[in-house]
Design a protein around this ligand. Structure first.
Ligand code: GLC
Length: 674
């Protein structure tokens, strides 16, 4: 990307250091020309043209174009994230106005930020930063791609997972024993369904205590990890933010308490909350010594052969605090005496459901930082990112040369350097499949390249056609995991009635893997995007600019997933002539050249639509691999659409050692011409 952009930084108040930006940008002393600044920086305002698109905001509800809604950066554990919500698990305060001018804005603050993007007034972007302490970065440039690229260079290189983490992972909250995990692996292997990972949810722990293993359900864990590895399966355990209160029987708790490592209340006492294990404490990740302590605890599992983790409940999620629980119990005594009518019944209901993630509890929390003890609210959105940093730094100390898989639920910009994220507790809903498509591109803009949603949906019951369609998109997302909540319908591929069709779709992931990996690594090395809205590549095509449900994928492909139930196809807009591949498996697909314009393209539930851009080559494997270890870059076929000539440089490496740039890997060069 050689188009140059201008970057300016303006500082308001005394921002808390987030370390999101890794380049030093001098602070401007003059006015912010692009914005109207009100109330000493509390409000930033900008007029939007009718044609302007607003991209960005990473993990948020709604579409690619964020206009018409209000988004609040306030990391929240909300599994019921319908389109009426304003906050999800991460805060990614970067947005880009794509109009005649291209303006990127990054509001760097770990506190709350409210983005009213044409919600109150259609032609107005209004950003409110209630505590007024932040750095504002303004990037202007010739194209959206250049602005995003410049932003990405500002925030530093994205995380690189091991190559096996690009395989298929099976997960379920309720794999209770090693034998259940063995069954999962056996079913995949016997039926020829590819598999690289099985995730261990909280059930593997002893009483939901981080860094412990239930040795009755998972006896001789190191041998079990090894046994799985022999079958080319990596076990990926979960680690939660809360540490169980268990005096005298749990060294992590005892040590944390003794050394004062937990978040405090206003009186300086450790603040007790409840999560999975019941009464627990939250490590104060704002302290470096606490991060080191927590990060070093992963070593125990690494020593047992584990090489990947997922960090959870780090918004932080709080079921209840002791104080609030007592208040609610007292209220219940009152309610017992009443006739619960239209007013009091709902009040009663709200007081119980309002126990979880209560703003009052967040207000009570304190952190010890270099700047002294501070209230949680002003730094809330950084908590999860600092938990991830604790883990990532721990891995750097324990295995400096090797990649470790890590992804988190909560995040802030900056954690994209340390880990990936998954898109939280979605539902088995078609609308969440569509959101997955849109969110993935928005997350890429904010640096999160290793991402994906729970395929099939986490909550509620998946139908076989939803799982099929979801896999049809998820086979392209770097993080590809089928995960579901306990109690919901089982959605492992082999338990679903359309096993064979799912298996065939999954084989496409392994066939595309050399290309997916190569494009991922190039996006990392070049601060680029793996998934891009069409507007980025076809800025002068008014029709393409507003397409919400098609994405460019890497250099050569356009994806048009079907996200609607019982739709046997869909309309697709082609900004230029493309070759359509209607794919059922790696060896079963039709090809057709389609001309620029609108097309109705049939796509049965077991078919995916992949479009090759003109003069592009996409190396493609046989799809026979049952794990990433079996994927080879030798003898790849070339999928291509050649009008004149094309070339492609495929990047590959050993997938395990840390790499800094393309020079640390191997490039295989391909060329074709008419
Ligand atoms: C949270 C996670 C989910 C996990 C569950 C139990 O809801 O988001 O993925 O299964 O906790 O650990």
């Amino acid at each position: 990307m050689n188009q140059t952009c201008a970057v300016k930084r303006y500082t308001f108040g005394t921002p808390f250091p987030t370390h999101a930006v890794v380049r030093s940008i001098p602070c401007e002393t003059g006015e912010v020309q692009e914005m109207l600044v009100r109330d000493e920086g509390r409000i930033l305002q900008l007029l939007l043209d009718a044609e302007d698109i607003v991209f960005g905001l990473g993990e948020q509800v709604r579409g690619l174009n964020k206009r018409g809604w209000k988004y609040i950066s306030n990391n929240t554990d909300d599994p019921n994230h319908t389109e009426g919500k304003h906050s999800l698990y991460g805060s990614h305060n970067f947005l880009m106005i794509d109009g005649i001018e291209k303006i990127g804005l990054f509001i760097d603050t770990p506190g709350k930020v409210i983005f009213d993007i044409g919600y109150s007034m259609s032609e107005q972007l209004r950003i409110e930063i209630p505590d007024r302490n932040y750095d504002l970065y303004v990037i202007t440039g010739p194209s959206s791609e250049a602005v995003v690229h410049t932003f990405r260079a500002l925030i530093g290189r994205s995380y690189i997972p091991p190559r096996w983490a690009f395989g298929y992972g099976q997960s379920r909250w309720s794999y209770e024993t090693a034998d259940e995990v063995r069954e999962v692996v056996r079913e995949h292997r016997e039926r020829g369904i590819p598999l690289d990972m099985v995730y261990l949810d909280i059930d593997y722990m002893d009483d939901y205590k981080d860094f412990t293993i239930d040795s009755e359900k998972f006896p001789d864990f190191p041998s079990f990890v090894q046994e799985m590895k022999e079958q080319q399966v990596h076990l990926v355990p979960i680690i939660d933010a809360g540490i169980k209160k268990a005096e005298g029987t749990y060294s992590v708790y005892d040590e944390g308490m003794e050394k004062g490592y937990f978040c405090k209340d206003a009186e300086g006492k450790p603040f007790e909350v409840a999560v999975w294990p019941g009464r627990s404490y939250l490590p104060d990740f704002f302290r470096e010594d606490v991060r080191t302590w927590f990060g070093d605890h992963y070593r125990g599992l690494l020593d047992m052969g584990i090489d990947g983790f997922w960090n959870d409940m780090n918004e932080p999620a709080i079921f209840y605090s002791d104080k609030r629980l007592k208040e609610v119990f007292a209220k219940i005594e009152e309610y017992k005496k009443q006739n619960l009518d239209v007013n009091s019944f709902f009040e009663f209901q709200a007081s119980v459901s309002g126990l979880a993630n209560s703003p009052e509890d967040y207000r009570s929390l304190r952190h010890d930082t270099e700047a002294g003890r501070i209230g949680h609210e002003s730094v809330h959105n950084l908590y999860g990112a600092l938990m991830t940093k604790a883990a990532a730094d721990g891995f750097r100390r324990a295995r400096p040369d090797t990649r470790t898989l890590m992804f988190s639920r909560s995040s802030y910009i900056g954690s994209h350097r340390d880990a990936g994220i998954w898109q939280g507790d979605n539902m088995s809903w078609w609308s969440h499949l569509k959101m997955n498509v849109q969110m993935t591109a928005s997350l890429n803009m904010c640096g999160f390249l290793y991402t994906g949603a729970d395929a099939g949906g986490f909550g509620d019951d998946a139908s076989p056609d939803l799982l099929l369609r979801w896999l049809g998109f998820a086979v392209f997302t770097p993080l590809l995991r089928n995960h579901s909540v306990r109690g919901s319908r089982r959605q492992e591929i082999w338990r679903m009635v359309r096993t064979e069709e799912c298996r065939q779709i999954l084989s496409l992931r392994y066939a595309f893997l050399p290309y997916i990996y190569s494009e991922y690594m190039k996006a990392v090395f070049e601060d680029g995007l793996l998934f891009r809205p069409l507007a980025f590549a076809y800025p002068d095509d008014a029709r393409a600019r507003h397409v919400e449900d098609q994405l460019l994928f890497g250099e050569g492909l356009m994806l048009a997933p079907v996200v609607e139930q019982n739709a046997w196809g869909r309309y697709v807009y082609l900004p230029e002539d493309m070759k359509l591949l209607r794919m059922r498996s790696a060896c079963d697909y039709d090809e057709e050249i389609l001309q620029k314009g609108d097309h109705w393209v049939p796509a049965m539930e077991h078919e995916i639509l992949v479009f090759i851009r003109p003069d592009r080559i996409v190396p493609f494997g046989s799809g026979e691999a049952r794990s990433t270890e079996q994927v080879s870059t030798e003898e790849l076929r070339l999928l291509s659409y050649i009008k004149t000539k094309a070339a492609y440089d495929l990047y590959t490496d050993d997938g395990v050692k840390n790499v800094q740039g393309p020079e640390d890997g191997i490039i295989i060069h391909y060329e074709q011409s008419v």
